[in-house]
Design a protein around this ligand. Structure first.
Ligand code: ADP
Length: 367
C-alpha cells in the first residue's frame, strides 16, 4: 500500500515513551524495584484481584496449586507483575518463558520436568506459542503429564511422564489470536483494564516515596492523567520528569515542571505522543475520518500492524478517540477536536458505523 501524497508519515526515531511495551534492561531494573510483591501492594484491577484472592485462598486451603490463569490486556498493565504476586502469595517459584522462545516440544518439556510441586510457569505472549508446543501443553495442563520421545527414527518411542502439579499463568495482548482449545484450558481468564488516573496517582505516590523524590502531589496527579492508564508508562514518565526536575528545578517535582518535561517529550494533555497523533491525523486526513482498515493505516504510517493494534489503538478505543466499525477504524468527533481539525460528520448509512461491542477481540484479519 502506498501512502497518498502530501501526508507526513515519518515518525521521530526515538524511544517511544508512552508505549506500554517494555523499554529495555535499565527500565526493567527500575520497574523491578517498584514492582508490587503481594496482593496488598497491588493497586487497581479490583475485580480481578478479588477473584484471584479467592482462588489463591481456596487453593491454599486444599493444598493444591491455583487453577491455570490467563491474563489478557494491553502491554504494561501488570500481567507479569500479577504472575509474580500470585506465586509469592502461594509461596511458589516462578519459571518465566514466552511464546516465541518455545520453538519445539522439547523446550517446553525441559521446563516442565524441572518444576517443583506448586510452582508457577509464566508464559508471556502465549498467543505466539507454536501449535506443536501447544500440543505438549494440553496434557500437562489437564493431567500433569508430558509425552517424551526417546530415540529417533525407527526406534523412536514415546513415554508418558508424570510432572508435579503446577499453575500455568499465560499472558497475552491478543486474546483473539489464542486458539479455542488453549483458551478453554484456563480455569480463570481475565482482562486487565486500563487504570484510572486515581489508581495511577496512588501508584506514583508510592513509587515517588520509594525513590525519595521531592514532589508536590498535584504534579503526580498531572503525571497520572498523562500516563494512558498504564503503570509502566507512569513509571517511565516519572523517571523522565525526575531527570528534568534534577537539571531544571533543583529536583522538585511541581505541576509546571511536570508539564514542561512532558511537553518537551511531545506528550499532550491526553497522554498521546507523536505516534498516536500521527495515527489519528492519518485516519482523519488520508482516510477522511474512516472507516479504514488497520492494514491501510499501518502502511500509510510505515508502522507495524501489531504495534498499532497492541499499543496505539487500545487506549484510543477506550477513550473514545477512535471506534471500530465493521468496515474499519473511524475517528470520532473527540479526535477531530483534540487535533483542532474541523469535524465532518460521516454520511448516514444505516448501521455502517455501529461500533463493534468487543474492543479487545483484535483479530486483525477481519479489520
Ligand atoms: P505487562 O506484563 O502487562 O506488560 P508488567 O507486569 O511488566 O506489565 O508491569 C509493568 C510495570 O508496571 C511493573 O514493573 C510495575 O512496576 C508496574 N505495575 C504494573 N502493575 C502495577 C500495579 N498494579 N501497581 C503498581 N505498579 C504496577
Amino acid at each position: 500500500m502506498i501512502s497518498p501524497p502530501g501526508v507526513k508519515t515519518l515518525l521521530m526515531a526515538r524511544e517511544r515513551i508512552v508505549s506500554g511495551e517494555s523499554g529495555g534492561e535499565e527500565e526493567n531494573r527500575f520497574n523491578f524495584a517498584l514492582r508490587p510483591k503481594n496482593f496488598s501492594q497491588y493497586i487497581g484491577q479490583e475485580t480481578l484481584l478479588r477473584r484471584l484472592k479467592i482462588a489463591v485462598s481456596a487453593a491454599k486451603g486444599r493444598k493444591e496449586p491455583v487453577e491455570h490463569v490467563l491474563l489478557h490486556g494491553p502491554p504494561g498493565l501488570g500481567k507479569t507483575t500479577l504472575a509474580h504476586v500470585i506465586a509469592n502469595e502461594m509461596g511458589a517459584q516462578v519459571h518465566a518463558s514466552n511464546g516465541p522462545a518455545l520453538t519445539k516440544g522439547a523446550d517446553l518439556v525441559g521446563i516442565l520436568t524441572k518444576l517443583s510441586p506448586g510452582d508457577v510457569l509464566f508464559i508471556d505472549e502465549i498467543h505466539r506459542l507454536p501449535a506443536i508446543v501447544e500440543e505438549y501443553l494440553y496434557p500437562a495442563m489437564e493431567d500433569f503429564k508430558v509425552d517424551i520421545t526417546l530415540d529417533a527414527g525407527m526406534h523412536a518411542r514415546t513415554i508418558t511422564m508424570q510432572i508435579p502439579p503446577f499453575t500455568l499463568i499465560g499472558a497475552t495482548t491478543r486474546i483473539g489470536l489464542l486458539t479455542g482449545p488453549m483458551r478453554s484450558r484456563f480455569g480463570i481468564a481475565n482482562h486487565l483494564e486500563f487504570y484510572t488516573p486515581e489508581a495511577l496517582h496512588e501508584i506514583l505516590r508510592h513509587n515517588a516515596k520509594l525513590l525519595e523524590i521531592d514532589y508536590e502531589d498535584s504534579a503526580l496527579g498531572e503525571l497520572a492523567r498523562r500516563s494512558r492508564g498504564t503503570p509502566r508508562i507512569a513509571n517511565r514518565l516519572l523517571r523522565r520528569v525526575r531527570d528534568y526536575a534534577a537539571v531544571e528545578a533543583k529536583g522538585k517535582l511541581t505541576p509546571s515542571v511536570t508539564q514542561a518535561a512532558l511537553n518537551l517529550e511531545g506528550i499532550d494533555d491526553r497522554g498521546l505522543d507523536e505516534q498516536d497523533r500521527a495515527y489519528l491525523r492519518t485516519l482523519i486526513k488520508v482516510y477522511e475520518g474512516g472507516p479504514a482498515g488497520v492494514e491501510a493505516i499501518a502502511a500509510s504510517l510505515g508502522e507495524e500492524i501489531d504495534t498499532l493494534v497492541d499499543v496505539v489503538e487500545p487506549y484510543q478505543l477506550q477513550t473514545g478517540l477512535v471506534m471500530r466499525t465493521r468496515q474499519g477504524r473511524r475517528a470520532t468527533k473527540i479526535a477531530y477536536e483534540h487535533l483542532h481539525i474541523e469535524y465532518v460528520p460521516p454520511p448516514a448509512t444505516g448501521d455502517d458505523f455501529s461500533p463493534q461491542p468487543e474492543l479487545f477481540t483484535d483479530e486483525t484479519e477481519n479489520s
